[in-house]
Design a protein. Structure first.
Length: 339
């Protein structure tokens, strides 16, 4: 039976499966979706195909040949592109969702292009970001960290940055930026799935001994201090420079032209006009939330999306060692932080 997520009740049922880690998530048939997915296929099959392609490049490499990889992951529209520009501005190779690009090729039966990782002798540190969602269920459920580890990337050469963003603002961004590619009902369903799936990536990291740092988008309201602490925690203090935060050259097509950001080749359907905000520095971008209606907000609470965000904020405060005054200033009452 093909998966159908069309109503609030069906979305809530799917949310329960994700929160409990039900094995049917891996084996349920996922129907074709226009130009995004041409096959009826299971998540398990897609994950295996991508893993096998990655493993072909990782096999026979000694563990010390793998660079230390700072791997940022979260639901889509959490500020990950700006973060990838920021890391690229430090001179570090910064990869733009190479694993999701492989998954998307698998969804339409294209030959997969492996992610070629440089030797640690040439590049001791890498950054890569992956986002979960938004257009089909498979990319809203997949675990990119599992792809890496199953393919043979040594877990002790990884550090996960778990990304999150205030749910109402993030959903508003989906509805504003992505509506040309999917209906609002589809985006709502996939947003819930992606938000809950992102939390599972952090759990998977801990189970496999991968260090986790929670970095919630709202800390970019105070970018220099937040990024400095983040780099310290990642063991990248020597790579930190204030100019990388504050002084970007004029970006082209929403990406900083002087950053070492490496983009995959993707189909035209994924090139969404004005998807990324042009800027000349790393900073917080507020989002109007008027497009989100009360029924959608109620569903976020019902499905546990708000609980995930509250947990992310608490973990971010702990991981970045934010004092109570700073935490209240950044997150306020919406995150349950007392002023």
């Amino acid at each position: 039976m093909l998966l159908d997520v069309t109503s609030a009740d069906s979305i809530a049922e799917m949310a329960t499966l994700i929160r409990t880690g039900h094995p049917s998530l891996d084996t349920m048939p996922l129907a074709p979706v226009g130009a995004f997915q041409s096959r009826t296929v299971t998540l398990e099959t897609l994950m295996r195909e991508v893993t096998e392609c990655l493993a072909a490049g990782f096999r026979q490499r000694p563990a010390q040949d793998f660079p230390m990889l700072t791997f940022a992951c979260g639901k889509a529209r959490v500020g990950s592109t700006a973060l990838s520009n920021l890391f690229g501005m430090t001179g570090m190779p910064s990869y733009y969702q190479p694993l999701k690009a492989m998954l998307r090729d698998a969804m339409v039966g294209r030959p997969l292009t492996p992610w070629i990782i440089p030797s640690s002798a040439d590049e001791p540190n890498l950054f890569s970001k992956e986002t979960i969602g938004p257009y089909v269920v498979a990319e809203s459920l997949f675990n990119p960290l599992q792809l890496l580890i199953d393919a043979g990337y040594p877990s002790h050469r990884l550090h996960l940055i778990s990304l999150d963003r205030e749910p109402e603002s993030a959903l508003a961004s989906w509805l504003d930026k992505l509506i040309s590619r999917a209906s609002d009902s589809t985006l709502l369903a996939h947003y819930v799935i992606a938000a809950l799936s992102a939390a599972r990536v952090s759990d998977y990291a801990r189970q496999h001994g991968v260090p986790v740092t929670h970095y919630v988008y709202e800390v970019s309201k105070e970018p220099i201090s937040s990024v400095r602490v983040l780099f310290d925690r990642l063991g990248l203090s020597a790579n930190f420079a204030e100019d990388a935060v504050t002084s970007w050259q004029p970006p082209g097509q929403g990406h900083a032209t002087n950053a070492r950001v490496i983009f995959p080749s993707e189909a035209a359907i994924y090139k969404v006009p004005n998807l990324h905000t042009s800027d000349n520095a790393y900073r917080y971008q507020p989002r109007a939330t008027g497009a989100v209606n009360p029924a959608q907000l109620e569903l976020l609470e019902r499905c546990g999306v708000n609980d995930v965000y509250r947990a992310s904020v608490a973990a971010c405060i702990r991981d970045l060692d934010l004092n109570a005054t700073t935490a209240a200033r950044l997150f306020g009452e919406r995150a349950g932080v007392a002023a």
